[in-house]
Design a binder for this molecule. Structure first.
Ligand code: BG6
Length: 515
């Protein structure tokens, strides 16, 4: 992470009493502060409707930081210094609330010399985004600073709209208050070290780029599996589902980084420009194709980590007859010269047997294998797999000769493991992203046209699925690998889902039909 410090600023978190603030934002800001990456003149103002005092807010945040800060590295002295910079404003997202906030920020500006450098973070449910942005505009809090037009800034958490129309509307509202260079649409997957490593893997190594196309690649798999269920977010999730929660954002960005053309530079405009081109090249999926190319599923009661867990429909906040998907498998195509005809299989699910995010490039089989593997079968094709989490690393599967007199060959995985190579865990994604936003670097944030291009592809799929509601949704037991229909989706093409390397810590008591 950059050692450059941002200018003095105040971070204003809307939704400060919520889960996202406690689990992700505050531990990340504390981690940055503890590591000396924030300026001396820096403060955090938490804003939410829930009545709290500065003291009770600090106590709650301390607990959160202790629990969730990276590698559990909580430092008492650093916390004391950090806590003195935290304060809380309780108010609604209306004019009196914003007046109160403004006076608090004026105080902070006079005390810390931040001179209007505010970084607003929308960590509320998306329904409040419009009111907050409107309130900031009316209170004059979004106006550019004299002499430095890159402040104040705003971070918008996902989901960004629920379809193309709502995403466009939100873009318009935001841009009425903030210029695009001051809007930071966050997708925390882009802050993951191993996601950024994809760029290095592809563009800093000469051996992969010549093979990275339809002549050598048979297909690509992108897998985002979670062992958790909806974790008390049933009400939100039931309106969202895997299509909007994971596919439209995290998976689309992984797909972009794997498949986009090399950018001319690694700066915000060049990288995001290539991502948009890739999103626009995705072959649209008309309703008639959705049933062949998309499988949805929902978990029923089962097991997780050896303990019984309820069905999705029995989770708090979820409708008892919900047909919202907690699992999704999909086949997509990129309609450009590099990827013509190469399927991209995407799979994501909650309550899976493992937590694992992996991208694997499956190369074509040797054209004329001189050697045969066991049972006289052709050797399995080469696979290059990037493990995004956990056990971050890269595996290359290739064939080796088994020692002995016979010419017996076997696939072997050559491994790069982040922790063994660097002796430490990769940095936290939110830390990286918050620091970048404070430094004004938008490379790892989503541009307006990117979000709209992602919705242009995902929106029609969501609509087709919604149009078929209410329908029966295939069920899979919690702790299993998803509905059998997902296997059929890929098997119909003569392929199968594969994970190159299972996480080291398996949860016991889970069914293992396949990987
Ligand atoms: C969030 C989704 O964006 O990402 C959650 O809303 C999901 O449903 C989470 O659990 C997964 O993030 P990570 O970093 O744990 O893979």
């Amino acid at each position: 992470m950059s050692k450059k410090k941002p200018d003095p600023f105040t971070l204003v978190i809307f939704g400060a009493s919520g889960d996202l603030t406690a689990r992700k934002l505050m531990p990340a800001v504390y981690g940055l502060f503890r590591d000396g990456l924030l300026p001396d003149a820096f403060s955090v103002v938490g804003y939410a409707r829930t009545p709290e005092t500065d003291e009770s807010f600090r106590a709650g945040m301390r607990e959160a930081a202790q629990k969730f800060v990276r590698s559990g590295s909580f430092d008492e002295a650093a916390w004391k210094a950090f806590a003195s910079r935290l304060s809380y404003v309780s108010g609604s997202y209306d004019a009196p609330g914003f007046r109160l906030l403004k006076s608090k920020l004026d105080e902070a500006a006079a005390r810390d010399g931040t001179r209007g450098r505010c970084l607003f973070d929308l960590a509320t449910p998306p329904a409040a985004f419009g009111d907050i942005v409107g309130g900031l505009l009316e209170a004059g809090l979004s106006l550019p600073r004299e002499g430095d037009s890159s402040w104040p800034r705003i971070i918008v958490e996902k989901p960004f709209g629920s379809d193309l129309a709502t995403a466009r509307e939100l873009n318009k509202r935001l841009q009425r208050a903030f210029s695009e260079n001051r809007i930071f649409r966050i997708d925390h997957y882009l802050g993951k070290e191993t996601v950024q490593n994809l760029l290095v893997l592809r563009f800093a190594n000469s051996i992969f780029e010549p093979l990275w196309n339809r002549d050598f690649v048979d297909h690509v798999q992108i897998t985002v599996l979670e062992s958790v269920g909806v974790e008390g977010r049933g009400r939100y999730y039931d309106q969202t589902g895997a299509l909007r929660d994971i596919l439209e954002n995290h998976m689309m960005h992984l797909l972009c980084l794997v498949a986009m053309e090399p950018p001319v530079a690694l700066d915000a405009d060049a990288v995001r420009g290539e991502k948009v081109k890739l999103l626009r090249a995705l072959k649209p999926m008309p309703p008639a194709c959705v049933s062949d190319q998309v499988v949805r599923g929902q978990y029923s009661a089962g097991e997780s980590a050896g303990a019984p867990v309820p069905a999705y429909r029995d989770e708090p906040g979820v409708s008892p007859d919900s047909v919202t998907e907690t699992f999704l498998a999909l086949k997509a195509f990129v309609d450009n010269p590099r990827w013509q005809g190469v399927p991209f299989y995407l799979r994501t699910g909650k309550r899976m047997p493992v937590r694992l995010t992996e991208i694997s490039i499956h190369f074509k089989a040797a054209a004329h294998p001189l050697l045969r593997a066991a049972h006289n079968a052709p050797p399995p094709p080469n696979v290059l797999a990037v493990r995004i989490q956990p056990n971050e690393g890269i595996t290359l599967r290739f064939q080796v000769k088994v020692p002995g007199p016979a010419m017996e060959i076997r696939p072997f995985g050559m491994d790069f493991d982040y922790v063994s190579a660097f002796g430490k865990e990769p940095p936290d994604a939110y830390e990286r992203l918050l620091l970048d936003a404070a430094l004004g670097d938008s490379t790892l944030f989503i541009r307006d046209d990117e979000v709209e291009a992602a919705w242009s592809f995902v929106g029609p799929i969501v609509e087709s699925c919604d149009a078929r509601k209410p329908v029966k949704i295939p069920l899979y037991p919690a702790g299993s690998w998803g509905p059998a229909e997902a296997d059929r989706l890929i098997q119909a093409d003569g392929r199968r889902w594969e994970l190159m390397k299972r996480p080291v810590h398996h949860e016991p008591g889970t069914r293992r039909r396949r990987a």
